[in-house]
Design a protein around this ligand. Structure first.
Ligand SMILES: Cc1cc2nc3c(=O)[nH]c(=O)nc-3n(C[C@H](O)[C@H](O)[C@H](O)COP(=O)(O)OP(=O)(O)OC[C@H]3O[C@@H](n4cnc5c(N)ncnc54)[C@H](O)[C@@H]3O)c2cc1C
Length: 382
């Protein structure tokens, strides 16, 4: 079976790349997923576009997050027009709460650095927190508010990207696991499942937490490991939270349909996708401490997903250096929803005409495997 561009992995990253390539005229394209398109981390996520709230260093990763965040209003509007699906870009903003003196001092320090770096952030005293969010616990004594950090309904985002691909004739193959790459004399000719060989002029590997299995022959990619995140949701009878709310123990995300998501654990548990009773009770306790009214609401659902964490901590986006025609887009860890529109653009431009801005060179496979300390920089991200 042959195509121009084969994309292995139908998460938000693979689908965004497919959309951008399609917009730039690529007609024969195939996206293959071992399960349901968009059914892994991209489905499990909280959908926060946390470009600013947790940033403490002005580095290429931060600038990439900010740039992708800025693309969202247009991205959401275009997807609505193209597919009829509203991805529910919610511009209610984000609050970071302090409950103790120490947390307050920490936020105050962050505020000083962030205002110096040009981030739009505002301080709120206890009374102002309650005015803005009456349901938040009266124990919250101080907060930072980020009016530029929004959220989307990531499941609708995936549905919209999928529909876009269907409308534009991108072939979507579900339930087929790619088990190997077709490499001949240093050139990638496509990929194969147990039964079928898929040949392609160019192959994109966007396999999220499962990338290492496929990219073994490409040391420049480094390893990508799964980091489990468990989440729960509540369906209160009325809407009583409007902003995304962070605390030092977790976050709450109010959806437009009234649900409140609470997340998330960060666990090195291999590919185990169990939801545990411990995590559910910890997340529930965090949610009730933050918004006491949630104490009277049952946990509706609990789920988990595997975030793709690359060796250097940063996303890895670019041509593999060992094999020709192998494009890598993975390692988006806690920020794949935020970074999807920009990753799609970077990849499409580079795949089609080789152009890449110097700023993104930082994330090229060879460089990414060498940048060692970025995991720490990202460690507080969603
Ligand atoms: C609990 C949780 C909360 C999160 N919250 C946020 C948030 O608020 N904001 C944010 O920006 N990000 C968030 N993230 C991170 C975000 O979800 C990920 O960074 C993003 O979804 C990664 O997208 P992806 O397409 O690379 O991976 P995935 O969505 O996992 O997609 C990869 C796809 O590749 C397929 N695949 C893998 N191997 C093969 C193979 N061999 N053959 C065929 N198909 C294959 C898989 O089936 C999968 O569908 C969160 C993640 C979790 C788990």
């Amino acid at each position: 079976m042959g195509t121009d561009v084969l994309i292995v992995g139908g998460g938000v990253i693979g689908l965004s790349i497919a959309r951008e390539l399609s917009k730039r005229g690529v007609r024969r394209m195939m996206v293959i997923d071992k399960g349901r398109i968009g059914g892994e981390a991209s489905w499990a996520a909280a959908g926060m576009l946390a470009a600013n709230a947790e940033t403490r260093i002005d580095d290429p990763f931060f600038r990439m997050c900010v740039e992708s965040n800025k693309l969202y209003p247009q991205f959401a509007a275009e997807l609505l027009e193209e597919t009829g699906i509203d991805i529910e870009l919610d511009t209610g903003g984000t609050l970071c709460l302090a409950f103790t003196e120490r947390e307050e001092a920490d936020l105050a320090e962050k505020f000083a650095w962030q205002t110096g770096a040009g981030i739009r952030v505002q301080t709120l005293e206890a009374g102002e927190i309650r005015e803005r969010e009456p349901a938040v616990s009266s124990a919250a004594r101080y907060a930072l508010r980020y009016e530029d950090d929004h959220q989307v309904e990531n499941r609708k985002l995936v549905a919209a990207l999928r529909k876009y691909c269907e409308i534009e004739g991108v072939e979507l193959v579900e339930g087929v696991q790619i088990t190997g790459l077709l490499i001949e004399k240093g050139v990638l000719l496509g990929a194969a499942s147990r039964d079928v060989r898929y040949t392609a002029s160019k192959t994109v590997i966007a396999a999220g937490a499962w990338t290492t299995e496929l990219a073994r022959t490409m040391p420049s990619v480094g390893t990508v490991k799964p980091i489990r995140g468990q989440m729960i949701s509540f369906a209160p009878p009325e809407r009583f939270l409007h902003s995304v709310v962070y605390t030092s123990e977790g976050y709450l995300v109010p959806r437009t349909d009234g649900r409140i998501l609470a997340g998330a654990t960060v666990e090195d548990a291999g590919f185990d996708k169990c939801v545990t009773a411990d995590a559910i009770s910890q997340l529930k306790a965090m949610a009730v401490r933050t918004v006491p009214r949630l104490g009277g609401v049952d946990v509706g659902n609990a789920w988990c997903g595997l975030r793709p964490l690359a060796e250097g901590g940063y996303p890895v986006i670019g041509w593999a250096s060992e094999i020709r025609n192998a494009y890598i887009a993975t390692g988006h860890y806690r920020n794949g929803i935020l970074l999807a529109p920009l990753t799609g653009r970077i990849a499409a431009l580079e795949i089609l005409d080789g152009s890449r801005s110097a700023e993104y060179q930082y994330f090229a496979p060879r460089d990414a495997a060498m940048t060692g300390n970025a995991a720490a920089a990202q460690s507080n991200k969603p």
